[in-house]
Design a protein around this ligand. Structure first.
Ligand SMILES: [Zn+2]
Length: 236
């Protein structure tokens, strides 16, 4: 009897020791996971972006075979570049890397966490028939914005940064951004969705801008992204 009464508090103590040890281990794992993310982010580079009418923006990107360290590094670089340029989305081919990798940093309407989102091999699984217009800019199409009508709601399947298959359903600007970035993987730019007249006008302006920049020193050339950001349209 005394053994039982003695052993009960002890095993209770043992159990709580066990629990606190587990909690400590969890915390350590969490800290090291965070540290790893930070370390990877620290090594992230801001990538130079292609500007339309660069023909490389029209090339189709290839799927990644697996989400390995190189793909994760690409994801980190894209996030850093997107933030540095004031964008809310970026696709690898905009940096001249023709892999099917995109990043998106739009707050979900349900206030979801885990953003910026990093997606490898994103695929539109479902698109709503109803369309909605959003004013769109693009880090690769400086100083020009247009209202583009896209599916109001989409479901996208993708591999996350750990290579796990995921699916996300998005609406609003988030849905527009996902469609815009997936377009980039197929060599499609936002103004391709416009009627012929407006599309031609944008292409003429881009060509003119390119000629003007070629006449100036390289230092004055840039994506012009910040200027469009000031104009109010989100940069995707
Ligand atoms: Zn874009």
């Amino acid at each position: 009897m005394s053994e039982i009464t003695e052993s009960t508090p002890e095993s209770g103590l043992e159990a709580s020791r066990e629990a606190s040890r587990e909690a400590a281990t969890d915390m350590a794992t969490e800290v090291s996971r965070e540290a790893a993310t930070e370390a990877a982010t620290d090594t992230a580079k801001v990538l130079p972006l292609l500007v339309a009418p660069d023909p490389l923006l029209r090339k189709r990107s290839e799927p990644v075979a697996a989400v390995d360290d190189a793909v994760r590094q690409l994801m980190h670089n894209l996030v850093k570049t997107m933030h540095a340029e004031g964008g809310i989305g970026l696709a690898a081919p905009q940096a001249g890397i023709h892999r099917r990798v995109i990043v998106v940093d739009v707050e979900a309407e349900d206030g979801g966490t885990g953003y910026p989102l990093r997606l490898a091999n994103p695929e539109l699984k479902q698109v709503s028939a109803d369309k909605v217009g959003h004013s769109e800019g693009c880090l690769s199409v400086p100083e020009l914005t247009a209202e583009i009508f896209r599916s109001a709601e989409v479901t996208v399947a993708y591999l996350d940064e750990s290579g796990t298959a995921q699916e996300i359903t998005a609406s609003g600007l988030f849905a527009a951004c996902l469609q815009h970035e997936i377009d980039h993987l197929n060599g499609v730019l936002f103004f391709d969705h416009l009627g012929a007249v407006r599309r031609e006008m944008i292409i003429r302006r881009l060509k003119k801008r390119k000629r003007e920049l070629e006449g100036k020193s390289e230092s004055s050339a840039g994506t012009g992204g910040k200027e469009s950001a000031r104009a109010g349209a989100p940069l995707l």
